[in-house]
Write a protein that binds this ligand. Structure first.
Ligand code: ZN
Ligand code: ZN
Length: 387
């Protein structure tokens, strides 16, 4: 996820700005970036959404104080988790701010007034191993959500009765309030925007018009998906109140760490141990892949920590671009225990390399003493390659 701009910066106000100053600056900016004034300008839409998101937080004293304390993390912990946060869709902005726009003559989203709002989005997560992420897979998710009540068909009214027009707002779902020199329309408190009231409630849903359900969905996970990315199933979220359209279902993907491969974006990294003799003389070694294996030629004189790249053996790109690479880091193994023959060969090697090594069976106590006094032994061994 790209890093988010500071909300105060977005609204061009200082951290100590009053709510009036924030509102004033916000209104200026939304007029500037309003899609009606900038047809086809993607950047303006992004700015517009950014402003709306920033204003949603900074105009609410609770959210603002959480934002001041914890930054974006403090106000983004909602249904979409660390994923997208904020507004997904330009229409969401109108849902949240339509009232305000009508207040200063920009016009809200048509057809919303008194109509049925869209249901909330839901989020679930699935966990994959790295191999599943590389190949793509299908995963079943279980979602607890609400659908329109079968008894009242989502109206919330007892069968045989009907919801009545709200008297408080005359069925508009909105009431006008004067705030300073602005006329601001807000959601009707009596009917919560639906424009209707239910006198006798449906007994099965207590008037909510909604019924809980547990649904299973099989999600196709594209090959190459990375930890923290989300997929969206449109219309699989909560049903909208009063028969409104359903929200979306977001599937947050988690990918477990692999015991051998470490992922960095499209690339994989693994460490492969080889022996001193292989490093010095060169060798063809077997490299494990997520699926299968591959041979890699190591030239004579390979150094510990040296990296080799096997092209195209990393992770695929979920959007079908290039496949990443496998980076192999060479580790040179030092044997922990030596057989007699092995030890003799190494002593000959040390003689040839003219390096000082411990004599055979030096006592442990003597080794410590030598180490402390800086006596015979250790220094020579570590510096082999510099001689
Ligand atoms: Zn019902
Ligand atoms: Zn009302």
């Amino acid at each position: 996820m790209a890093s988010k701009r500071d909300y105060y910066e977005v609204l061009s106000v200082t951290k100590t700005a009053t709510s009036e100053e924030i509102k004033k600056s916000y209104k200026k900016l939304v007029i500037k970036y309003h899609p009606d004034k900038n047809p086809g300008d993607e950047e303006a839409i992004v700015m517009f959404k950014e402003c709306a998101e920033a204003y949603e937080v900074l105009s609410d004293p609770n959210k603002r104080s959480r934002y001041d304390q914890f930054g974006h993390a403090g106000v983004n912990a909602g249904a979409r988790g660390g994923g997208a946060g904020g507004f997904q869709d330009i229409s969401d902005v109108f849902d949240a701010f339509g009232d305000l726009f009508e207040g200063f003559g920009l016009g809200g989203r048509p057809g919303r007034r008194g109509g049925a709002a869209r249901g909330p989005d839901l989020q679930v997560s699935v966990t994959l191993d790295l191999r599943e992420a590389a190949t793509g897979c299908k995963k079943e998710v279980t979602v607890h959500r609400h659908k329109a009540c079968g008894t009242c068909s989502g109206s919330g009214a007892k069968p045989g009765s009907k919801p009545e027009v709200c008297e408080y707002c005359g069925g508009h779902g909105q009431v006008v309030q004067a705030q300073g020199f602005f006329r601001v329309q807000t959601t009707c408190p009596a009917c919560r925007g639906s424009g209707k009231v239910i006198r006798s409630k449906c007994e099965d849903c207590q008037g909510s018009g909604l019924q809980g359900e547990l649904v299973k969905r099989v999600v196709t996970i594209p090959a190459g998906i990375d930890h923290g990315q989300s997929l969206c199933l449109r219309g699989e979220g909560e049903a909208g109140p009063n028969g409104g359209p359903s929200g979306d279902l977001y599937i947050e993907v988690r990918v477990n760490e692999h015991s051998i491969f470490h992922r960095e974006g499209p690339h994989l990294l693994c460490r492969v141990p080889i022996s001193y003799s292989q490093a010095a003389l060169g060798a063809t070694i077997e490299i494990p892949l997520l699926i299968g294996k591959e041979e890699l030629k190591i030239p004579a004189g390979t150094q510990p920590g040296e990296m080799f790249r096997i092209r195209g053996k990393g992770m695929p790109d979920p959007r079908g671009r290039d496949v990443g690479d496998l980076h192999v880091e060479i580790q040179v193994m030092v044997p922990k225990k030596l057989g007699d023959d092995h030890e003799q060969l190494l002593r000959k090697l040390a003689e040839f390399e003219k390096v000082d090594v411990h004599p055979h069976q030096k006592s442990w106590l003597k080794k410590i003493k030598d180490f402390v006094t800086g006596g015979s032994g250790d220094d020579g061994e570590d510096d082999d390659d510099e001689k």
